[in-house]
Ligand binder design. Structure first.
Ligand code: ACO
Length: 449
């Protein structure tokens, strides 16, 4: 099979959000800290009516419906998530509710877990299956969804919620290019979830941001080199990129990432004339110090602004509106790109993607929008069916006091059997799966609105 990639995609986000400027005021943070300092606008969240199973069920069911996909045509499902519910049982098995109901139980695949990287692992696995001798001619479904919530404190505004579902098969309009991809993996304790009695992670925030940038350095250098070796000139330096999508814990980190790519371009060609305005004392800062060197960061971030605007800004819509959707975050960027850029302008373009999951796993890879009239039509169709703008506009805002109250009540119920969710169902979007009960054996039941 050739040109394996994305045929259809759907992105689910909850119907309620909290405003970052209101949260900022409520938390008595300095004005602008969350909105400018973190670069976030709103944060999506769920009540106890929704969990990781329900958001993934909603995304998958909606994908099947919107694109009239026969559930019998799916031969593999891979789920990326780090939202832990039944531990040994995968979210994938919950999705089998939909497929077993129509007699399709011959569906390979389970969950992939490593912080925000699971979605990328499941995408790579889905594509690898279609390209393998085990492929039986059916589509794969790649799903990634998370509920990101933090304990009260400075990490709380970096939460979020969302789930993506992608239909993977050959001859796709958006092709995953595997040849140039480059990964960086190492062991770190920057963000993890060792306390199984809590929904919240254990996080060393500053360390995680440094790990992210270090991983980006490794991936970009490897990716750039592979592109150059293969004679592909479209991704050998930042200025050659058409578009780039990043995992977004919050927008400021993405802005800094673009600066960091430029810094890497500088290290490779320090005598290039674009650095003529660089202060002399910055030229010799050792690389290890560069991560925390304020002047280095500011020089490259400032220089990166036009690149950010052209290459990255079209893909940050959803992450600014939803917050960190963990495994779905990078794919929310792809969805935003499809939403914001005219499909005719995406025609034939290569998009570079950077995936980061704490702990840590990271990859840089690319997708290519096929250069054909047919592909433009299919991408236009995706854009219409995704319908992001009107769905964002249909959400309702919840004030920070109520938001914190909802998180508090979820804390008290977390991990307990025999509980009945109390969140409202009337405000859920049509088609949303919601939890109706958790019985005395922790078995969860759902209905669909
Ligand atoms: N106006 C404008 N900017 C402001 C203001 C203001 N009033 N106040 C602060 N800022 C800026 C700061 O200067 C800083 O920007 P800088 O990084 O460019 O200096 C930014 O806002 C954030 O302020 P900090 O004081 O650094 O924020 P704090 O330490 O309170 O928390 C953090 C930030 C560490 C990111 C925290 O939210 C966190 O731990 N989040 C979870 C971890 C995370 O998301 N890691 C990312 C990778 S791993 C993953 O995806 C989960």
């Amino acid at each position: 099979p050739q040109n394996v990639g994305i045929h259809a995609l759907e992105f689910y986000f909850p119907s309620q959000y909290v405003s970052q400027s209101e949260l900022e005021a409520h938390d008595q943070a300095s004005s602008g800290k969350y909105t400018i300092g973190l670069g976030q606008l709103n944060m999506a969240f769920v009540t106890d009516r929704e969990d990781v199973h329900s958001i993934c069920l909603t995304a998958v069911h909606s994908l099947l419906e919107k694109y009239s996909i026969d559930p019998l045509s799916i031969g593999r499902i891979e789920v990326g998530t780090e939202t832990i519910v039944d531990k040994s049982k995968s979210v994938k098995s919950e999705l089998m509710r939909i497929f077993a109901a129509v007699g399709n139980t011959n569906v390979e695949g389970v969950d992939c877990t490593n912080a925000c990287y699971g979605g990328t692992a499941s995408l790579f696995n889905s594509v690898a299956w279609v390209e393998s001798s085990a492929w039986d001619g059916r589509f794969a479904l790649c799903v990634a969804g998370d509920i990101a919530v933090y304990a009260e404190g400075n990490a709380r505004p970096t939460g979020g919620c969302g789930a993506v579902a992608m239909l993977i098969g050959p001859d796709a309009p958006v092709v995953l290019e595997s040849a140039n991809r480059f990964s960086h993996m190492e062991h770190t304790y920057d963000f993890y979830k060792p306390n199984l009695s809590s929904e919240y992670p254990t996080v060393d925030g500053k360390m995680s941001l440094g790990c992210y940038l270090r991983a980006l350095d490794h991936c970009y250098r490897g990716f750039r080199e592979k592109c150059a070796k293969s004679g592909d000139d479209t991704a050998t330096s930042l200025e050659k990129f058409a578009y780039a999508c990043f995992h977004s814990p919050f927008n400021k980190q993405v802005q800094k990432s673009v600066g960091r790519l430029l810094y890497n371009d500088f290290l490779r060609s320090p005598h290039d004339k674009q650095w003529d305005d660089m202060p002399e004392d910055l030229r010799n800062v050792p690389e290890e110090e560069s991560y925390t060197h304020r002047d280095i960061e500011q020089y490259f971030s400032k220089k990166a602004v036009p690149y950010y605007k052209r290459i990255v800004q079209p893909s940050v819509l959803l992450s600014q509106q939803l917050g960190n959707t963990y495994t779905a975050s990078l794919y929310s960027a792809l969805v935003s790109l499809i939403t914001n850029v005219d499909p005719a302008d995406l025609r034939g373009k290569r998009v570079v993607l950077f995936s980061y999951g704490s702990g840590l796993c990271s990859s840089m890879f690319s997708v290519r929008f096929r250069d054909s009239e047919d592909a433009v039509g299919k991408v236009t169709d995706m854009r219409i069916r995704l319908d992001i703008a009107s769905r964002l506009a249909a959400r309702h805002k919840v004030d920070p006091v109520e938001y914190n109250g909802i998180l508090k009540s979820k804390e008290l119920k977390y991990g307990k059997p025999n509980t009945a969710p109390s969140g409202p169902t009337d405000t859920l979007f049509p088609g949303t799966y919601y939890l109706t009960s958790i019985d005395d054996m922790w078995r969860r039941s759902y209905e669909r609105k």
